[in-house]
Design a protein around this ligand. Structure first.
Ligand code: T4K
Length: 374
């Protein structure tokens, strides 16, 4: 088989018609209002609230700053229990708040934090659980909430991958105290860079919005040490345009996923990531797991060989956060405590998924994968 002429990346951003973008930019130029809670920002905030079916939203310049502010807004300190199988932003948001991340192993099937292993690592210093709906798969939200209630601690969800995910018809942003969404260019819905927090407690809105604007309450008052987390008007306008294309993009991604499933279902040694029937898919990633013993070669080898065919699949989220030099000496980072995460992180491969990916390309990628079987 010949390599692809052009690189096939793990994702490509949804890019709307440039004419629509120009049109919006003209309005922004005419207004001379570029940032600081401008009109586009205000409209997008309302649109996201409706789309995610949540009661409160605050927009941000990116998901990482949003998560930093989420942690800060709940006045967390001490230790927060989280997953090692995530993007670096998750534990780093704790670190930047002076909090020690405490890594908990993950559940084999959902790849999210294992609720049955949380209680044994709760200490008097624990102030919250930070779960990640990794690849858009919801955490065990009920069990996590029960534990949090029992110990009087908070729950934050990193929902960076979970835009549009619903559980039994309820938007994923309604669970826990605060959820963070990323609107990075690599996300289903994006504003180039951007993010949002969603939360049930309307009283948090004041604090969160102050925290993302340096703590400025008025021209004469700075009431807390905030940061600059503001989404600008160009980001917001791009978001408003992209919302118009979202359903079409979801439809295309669904067809791609169906093609992958059809072509890979019977390949021995490849496990597909199935969501429960109650969950609406975010269509953010298409994830497979390669079981070396049955497939014949390792995930790393598959990833390397795919590159030779110009297919840039990604080993998200390798290495585990608990293996980073900045965290590996924490007691909770001991690999003996994280056996499932260790196994999962050596098996997962994210295959290319984006609306513009042709069905024929998906079929060819699957053919290549099948041909690699040892
Ligand atoms: N929590 C979790 C669980 C997350 O996954 C993330 C971000 C965050 C928190 C933080 O949210 P943000 O602060 O980012 O809003 C990418 C994204 O940069 C990152 O947002 C995302 N997670 C992560 C999973 O993926 P990289 O290092 O893999 O990006 P990069 O540059 O290698 O891009 C991946 C592929 O996407 C490229 O090979 C080609 C394509 N691409 C990328 C960009 C930036 C494009 O086609 N166009 C583009 O503009 O992190």
């Amino acid at each position: 088989m010949k390599p692809f002429d052009e690189p096939i990346y793990v994702t490509r951003p949804l890019l709307p018609d440039l004419k629509e973008v120009y049109h919006e930019l003209e309005k922004i130029w005419a207004s001379k209002w570029l940032t600081n809670n401008g009109p586009e920002h205000q409209i997008l905030e309302g649109e996201i609230r409706r789309r995610l079916n949540v009661s409160n939203v605050s927009l941000f310049n990116n998901g990482t700053i949003a998560l930093l502010v989420a942690v800060n807004s709940l006045k967390l300190k001490g230790e927060v229990i989280t997953t090692p199988f995530t993007f670096p932003a998750t534990p780093h948001a704790l670190f930047w708040n002076g909090i020690t991340p405490v890594f908990c192993d993950i559940d084999e099937k959902s790849m999210t934090i294992d609720p049955d292993k949380i209680e044994r690592i709760v200490t008097p210093r624990t102030t919250a659980i930070l779960g990640v709906h990794v690849f858009g798969t919801p955490c065990h939200i009920e069990k996590i909430q029960e534990i949090a209630n029992r110990y009087g601690i908070k729950v934050i969800y990193d929902a960076a991958h979970a835009f549009d995910t619903e559980v039994d018809g309820t938007g994923i942003g309604n669970f826990g105290d605060i959820s963070m969404f990323s609107f990075h260019a690599t996300k289903l819905f994006h504003t180039a860079e951007g993010g949002a927090l969603t939360y049930k407690d309307a009283a948090l809105k004041g604090r969160i919005d102050l925290l993302k604007n340096f703590g400025i309450k008025s021209e004469d008052e700075v009431v807390m040490p905030g940061i600059n987390g503001k989404m600008n008007e160009i980001q917001a306008a791009l978001g408003l345009i992209n919302l118009r294309y979202l359903e079409a993009e979801r439809g295309k991604r669904k067809r791609i996923i169906d093609t992958y499933k059809h072509c890979l279902l019977d390949v021995d040694g490849i496990r597909l990531n199935e969501l429960p029937n109650s969950v609406r898919n975010s269509y953010q990633y298409f994830v497979i797991r390669i079981e070396q013993e049955r497939f014949g070669i390792s995930r790393d080898e598959v990833c390397k060989r795919l590159r030779e065919y110009n297919v840039h699949a990604r080993k998200y989220f390798y290495p585990l956060c608990s293996d980073y030099p900045c965290y590996k000496n924490l007691p909770s980072a001991d690999p003996a405590n994280l056996p499932v995460a260790k196994k999962v992180v050596s098996e997962v491969l994210c295959l290319p998924l984006y609306g513009e990916l042709a069905t024929a390309s998906v079929e060819r990628i699957c053919e290549i994968i099948r041909s690699l079987r040892g």
